[in-house]
Write a protein that binds this ligand. Structure first.
Ligand code: BTN
Length: 263
């Protein structure tokens, strides 16, 4: 049985200036994203962290449910950017890069698959769901949720998920310190958020691409309106995926599900 999240130990590891200064911890919650949204509506400050041991209605991208048993890191961060303009898709990349850099530091190589699935050894170990509340054409706040199968035992995954999903524990064989992992993810996240207004997205995307072995491979992308097959050639500055099909036509895709062909 994985141990519970130790808030005191997390605070000791945390070196951020603004992020996670307010923490809302739940042993069980419907969805940390929903809870973060509720807190945002009540005026919670930038950087508020919502974390739960389990979620009963964890949500994934494209309306899917997200399996959230004990042992994972299920959290959402409330991001308010009153002082600068943050393009919504860029936050998604910032979150993914924070996870990738932190995992690498912990000695675990992860791969990022557009738009932001987290893979280890060909299996999905995490995902990101970034949502925003608009005030006219301006974003009032973002709720950025990350789910990481950290210390989830392989036996916990139900049959249909076993084929495609894994956990840090199941691939590395050893449990990770979730408090340390989260503290470092948030530190990288904060640094990237500080860097972004002056330097823009291009340098962040450049580092993000180091973690994506999927560029240059053959993929199938399922968008809500079509299925595109071809070579994943690039990710653009707006965060879209460019796929070149067999006829040489380049499709720019802003949302969809990518599968690698011939893995
Ligand atoms: C995906 O890959 O489909 C995204 C999964 C995002 C899951 C996380 S877990 C914490 C936060 N709360 C949710 O309900 N979803 C996100």
């Amino acid at each position: 049985m994985p141990g519970t999240f130790n808030e005191e130990s997390f605070r000791k590891h945390l070196k951020t200036k603004e992020l996670a200064k307010k923490i809302h911890y739940f042993s069980s919650v419907s969805s940390t994203n929903d809870m973060a949204k509720e807190l945002a509506e009540q005026g919670a400050p930038h950087g508020t962290l919502v974390i739960a041991e389990t979620q009963t209605r964890g949500r994934g991208r494209l309306g899917r449910t997200w399996f959230s048993p004990e042992g994972g890191l299920w959290f959402s961060l409330l991001v308010r950017t009153a002082n600068f303009h943050l393009v919504p898709s860029h936050l998604n990349f910032i979150a993914g890069l924070s996870v990738a850099e932190t995992s690498q530091r912990a000695g675990i190589d992860v791969a990022l698959r557009w738009p932001n699935d987290i893979y280890i050894q060909g299996k999905k170990v995490g995902g990101i769901l970034t949502e925003s509340k608009m005030q006219g054409s301006v974003v009032e706040y973002f709720t950025a949720g990350i789910g990481l199968n950290v210390n989830v035992p392989e036996s916990a995954f139900p049959a249909p998920l076993k084929e495609e999903a894994a956990s840090f524990l199941s691939v590395s064989g050893k449990p990770l310190n979730r408090e340390l992992l989260l503290a470092h993810i948030l530190l990288v996240w904060e640094k990237l958020l500080e860097f972004y207004p002056a330097h823009g997205f291009a340098p962040i995307l450049k580092i993000w691409k180091k973690y994506t072995p999927f560029l240059g491979t053959q993929v199938r992308v399922d968008t809500s309106s079509q299925m595109v097959e071809g070579e994943a050639v690039d990710v653009t500055l707006t965060g879209s995926l460019r796929v070149q099909d067999i006829d040489g036509l380049v499709h720019e895709i802003s949302s969809g599900d990518v599968r690698k062909l011939w893995s």
